[in-house]
Design a binder for this molecule. Sequence first.
Ligand SMILES: O=C[C@H](O)[C@H](O)COP(=O)(O)O
Ligand SMILES: C=C(OP(=O)(O)O)C(=O)O
Ligand SMILES: [Mn+2]
Length: 448
Amino acid sequence: MATDITGELDAWRGLPALQQPEWDDPSEVAAVARELATQPPLVFAGECDNLKDRLAEVALGEAFVLQGGDCAETFSGSNADAVKNKLKTLLQMAVVLTYAASVPVVKIGRMAGQFAKPRSKPNETRNGVELPAYRGDAVNGFDFDAVSRRNDPHRLLQAYHCSAVTLNLCRAFTKGGYADLRQVHAWNQDFVKQSPAGQRYEQLAGEIDRALTFMKACGASPDEFHSVEFYSSHEALLLEYERAMTRIDHLSGLPYDVSAHFLWIGERTRQLDGAHVDFLSRIRNPIGVKLGPSTSADDALALMDKLNPDHEPGRLTFVTRMGAGKIRDALPPLIEKVNQSGAPVAWICDPMHGNTWEAASGHKTRRLDDVLDEVAGFFEVHRALGTHPGGIHIEFTGDDVTECVGGGDEIVEADLHQRYETACDPRLNRGQSLDLAFMVAELYRKAQ
Ligand SMILES: O=C[C@H](O)[C@H](O)COP(=O)(O)O
Ligand SMILES: C=C(OP(=O)(O)O)C(=O)O
Ligand SMILES: [Mn+2]
């Protein structure tokens, strides 16, 4: 039995796999994969099952997903301050949503493994010099020189170790007291406090404080107030890595990719007969697929049939990323067709990837207004169809960067150069993330 499963886990090797790095020496990759396969799991099958249960609640309309983090994590970003700032932002957003929208929030980081990037062009040219594109720290270096841009399979091991460090910090921060609801004010104690969203948050935190004091006086202090359930996720892009991190769970005898709780297939690698769809169809984690504006209703249905043939609630999440100008037309046919099939699905909105453009300065950027408009369109469509807007998937950072324009602390195009630190796509900063959370909470409340 185990032999059969193992064989099936390698079926992707015979299929077209897009966006895989070309490595100089395949035997070096094979040696790294063997070493990865001996490393301890980063997550346990039981935890993945718990997340699947949470996502089943989302599919049923009873909870809301908040998934986010960097576009591309970096090895140098695997440190306590950077991880704490991202978690703090996620916790603040989650509190706004839980309190202001009165909905349980499933918290998933694009963290502890988001080290590989698909690219639209294989090469990058600067001042007449052409080098391979940066494909994430798991593959090559961000610096623009030939040595750094060489694909190095040993980086896969470093990606594993940085994921372990980051996940360990996430587990400690979310279980060790930092995420206690009595810390709601503490999460707001820095630059963000002065921003319009920070001040609005401060008010809400005051209300939560009073509610907690009241509940304590009544004798209630449930565990849920003292720690937070947090899950990790990343795009399952590098199949050698994901395969090496896949283990057969002792209890169920089923394969789980133990590199993260939740894995998703990107917009560029969701071909029905491609390697990524095949591989993810064979692991038992909860999984997602990004759906861009070229997705037909038949494509969505075929992905459902292949990735969740048993219609297991929580197994498959569709992450739509249509763009603000397209979502109102592109999303309804997908939802209608999938719904007609009776398949349970959690629909979540990535309002980032359909709204990227290049500023005159050459910076890749996004307008917060477009992000908000796509989320508003997502809610409108679900409201019109009577379906559940299940969550948001965003790229953000805990730092005060200037990568996206707009927001309460208005960032304009001319500001982009000030703190443009992303290794790939432009991220919302703390203030912009909070602006978004308040808007989503309002939309959610209205939709109820
Ligand atoms: O999320 C990542 C980007 O959208 C993807 O890597 C493509 O970016 P690019 O067009 O800069 O290559
Ligand atoms: C590459 C990404 O998105 P998509 O696959 O939707 O383009 C991403 O999430 O960073
Ligand atoms: Mn991105």
